[in-house]
Design a protein around this ligand. Structure first.
Ligand SMILES: NC(=O)c1ccc[n+]([C@@H]2O[C@H](COP(=O)([O-])OP(=O)(O)OC[C@H]3O[C@@H](n4cnc5c(N)ncnc54)[C@H](OP(=O)(O)O)[C@@H]3O)[C@@H](O)[C@H]2O)c1
Length: 305
């Protein structure tokens, strides 16, 4: 891995040897929104130039893996590639059988144009599927074969809790944002105590507060409704300050190492990287957001996959 090309902060991902840029890239949008190869090359090229080194994708984000492979193959030594397995034919269809998981990982290697992944993650299977043990064993086999350097779980709630407790994973990817704080008590303290790497997914709560009316897309609706109830005053201020505060909140959570922001737009990286230059969120601001969450959140406000 080349030395950092910018001032972007890096954090060691738990006890792995990955020195992760705090701002990572979430690869679902480029797949689902069918972004062109040219735009992805521009987006990831400028992100890498800005010091980003974590790219997360999955087997089921349409052609996301192939787009990323095409864009970064020539810069493989500058980037950590993270993918997921368990939905080989799209998000709606699951297959946790070991042979299927291994075939999916092999396909991810081809699509990403690499001979190893830095991290492969089980893509949000249930606690029962984790407890059965053979899906985790498949990932361990992939690690033994050199297809991946580390293994992780990506998901939330009780399944994530089990993934931390079982001691077989190097990392946890879980939802953490101003609209999703269950993990701060349920999983992160234990993950931290055990030296696991923690990756925040959906770190901007999909900027759901910017919709004037309830979004038609179900994926955004829970965060939109929660944010209406939370009614954080900073969300009423200048748009980019609100995004910056939301991102700095996520990155100020103890035990969290990188936040994989999704975007389909090349200019976002500079914007988001710049918003981090002012440093961590002051403790008083962090506490205000936590206090508001405790006042408003009820038992149904669980981590959103
Ligand atoms: N089960 C799982 O394992 C799972 C589930 C969900 C997500 N994930 C991972 O987490 C990643 C991130 O999740 P996500 O994309 O759903 O949520 P997110 O990062 O919280 O939100 C992404 C949204 O934020 C917008 N955005 C980014 N920077 C912005 C800025 N400076 N100003 C205004 N808007 C901005 C993007 O819009 P533009 O496109 O306009 O920039 C995009 O619509 C995914 O890509 C995926 O890798 C994993």
């Amino acid at each position: 891995m080349r030395p950092p090309s910018s001032l972007m902060e890096r954090r060691r991902l738990g006890t792995t040897d990955i020195q992760a840029s705090v701002l990572g890239f979430g690869g679902s949008e480029i797949g689902y929104q069918r972004v062109s190869a040219r735009s992805v090359a521009r987006l990831l090229g400028s992100a890498l130039d800005a010091g980003l080194n974590v790219i997360d994708t999955a087997e089921c984000y349409e052609n996301s893996e192939a787009l990323i492979g095409q864009a970064v193959a020539a810069r493989r030594g500058e980037v950590y590639l993270l993918s997921k397995c368990g939905h080989p034919d799209g998000w709606g269809r699951r297959d946790w059988r070991p042979a299927s998981l291994l075939a999916s990982i092999e396909r991810s290697l081809r699509r990403l144009r690499t001979d190893y992944l830095d991290l492969i993650q089980l893509h949000s299977c249930t606690r029962a599927q984790l407890q059965a043990g053979d899906a985790i064993a498949a990932l361990e086999r992939a690690r033994e074969q050199g297809w991946t350097r580390y293994i992780g779980y990506s998901g939330d709630g009780e399944a994530a809790r089990y993934a931390v407790e079982c001691g077989r994973f190097d990392t946890l990817q879980t939802s953490v944002s101003i609209a999703d704080q269950e993990a701060l008590e349920l999983t992160l303290p234990l993950a931290r105590a055990r030296g696991m790497g923690v990756i925040a997914k959906r770190p901007l709560a999909n900027v759901a507060w910017t919709y004037a009316r309830k979004p038609t897309e179900p994926y955004y609706q829970t965060y939109w409704s929660r944010l209406r109830s939370l009614d954080y005053p900073f969300l009423r201020g200048p748009a980019q300050t609100a995004v910056a505060t939301a991102l700095r909140f996520t990155l100020s959570v103890p035990g969290l190492h990188t936040a994989i922001v999704g975007t389909a737009r090349p200019e976002r990286w500079e914007q988001n990287a710049a918003s981090l230059q002012i440093g961590p969120l002051p403790a008083a601001d962090l506490e205000r957001i936590r206090t508001r969450w405790r006042e408003v959140a009820d038992a149904s406000w669980v981590g959103q996959v």
